[in-house]
Design a protein around this ligand. Structure first.
Ligand SMILES: [Zn+2]
Length: 303
């Protein structure tokens, strides 16, 4: 019999990316559905379409990564970010619809799982993933298992009394406000005018522009402070930094942030903590969803 495959589904606020994934995390085929934001039923229709488009007889399970806070035990969606799926058992709905085992995970958790099992975190027992994009997200692996709590790492305070946070967060001085692509956009506009963005800030800093480099010292300072605190809380062997901005600015941020983090971390992490670049890029969420599908498949065999 052919080795089983799963469909991984990475549910975003405006699009749903699905893929047929094998056990090594290779994405064999993929499908993208733009999901009109609106009612729950249109999101579910788009989700079903994303799965139907890839179904064949080798697919034996489905894994879903969703931007939502999930109940740790029942895995029901408690509260979804930008999706009308609150208080809904999405996994059970998909299971009933397709007759296959279904696993579900928070999207940042799914990406963390992928980087841990198949990316930059291979072999580690404890790690933290930080994704720096428009906002800052992430996940935590503790004692060889994905932490299933609602880990909103982007909303840790790195500057008490600092600038107000983004979106509907009412906090101040949060990591997301000070070390995201949005923060770099803002810095670029202050230095180079209203048309400038994070990409330009990165390019100018890499070319040796001192004002741009100084902004990365500042951003890396906040990032390093957060990582130092995470090191003192969870003692990870490494911290993996991904996301669109995290990867574009990796050469400017990672070494600087590691140096700052080691200054804050207690021994022995003050000499051993590593801050490394993510390896799976924008596929991390999709591959992680696939791993969640395999976990659901494997759970059947053990019961
Ligand atoms: Zn916040």
């Amino acid at each position: 019999m052919d080795a089983p495959l799963v469909i991984g589904v990475d549910v975003g606020g405006t699009k749903i990316l699905s893929g047929v994934v094998d056990r090594d995390g290779t994405v064999l085929s993929r499908h993208l559905v733009e999901s009109p934001d609106g009612s729950g039923s249109t999101v579910l229709t788009a989700l079903e379409e994303s799965i139907e488009a890839l179904l064949d007889e080798r697919v034996q399970a489905i894994g879903i990564g969703v931007p939502a806070n999930l109940d740790r035990e029942s895995r029901k969606v408690l509260q979804a970010t930008n999706l009308p799926l609150d208080d809904f058992d999405l996994a059970e709905y998909v299971r009933a619809r397709f007759g296959l085992p279904v696993g579900i995970e928070n999207d940042a958790g799914a990406a963390t799982l992928a980087e841990w099992k198949l990316g930059a975190g291979r072999g580690a027992s404890n790690l933290v993933l930080l994704t720096l994009g428009t906002g800052v997200g992430g996940g935590i692996v503790l004692d060889g298992a994905l932490y299933r709590g609602w880990a909103e790492i982007g909303h840790m305070v790195v500057l008490a009394g600092g600038p107000p946070c983004q979106g509907n967060c009412h906090g101040h001085g949060h990591l997301e406000t000070l070390a995201s692509g949005t923060a770099a956009d803002r810095a670029a506009q202050q230095l180079f005018g209203a048309e400038a963005d994070a990409r330009e800030l990165v390019d100018r800093a890499l070319a040796g522009d001192e004002a741009a480099e100084a902004r990365f010292d500042e951003i890396a300072g906040y990032l390093g402070a957060a990582i130092g605190s995470l090191a003192n809380l969870f003692d990870p062997e490494l911290v993996v930094v991904g996301g669109g901005f995290g990867e574009a600015a990796g050469d400017l941020l990672l070494e600087r942030a590691q140096a700052v983090a080691r200054k804050e971390a207690l021994a022995p992490a003050d000499g051993t903590l590593r801050v490394v670049s993510a390896e799976l890029g924008t596929d991390a969420g999709l591959i992680g969803a696939g791993l969640v599908g395999f976990a659901a498949l494997d759970a059947l065999g053990t019961t």
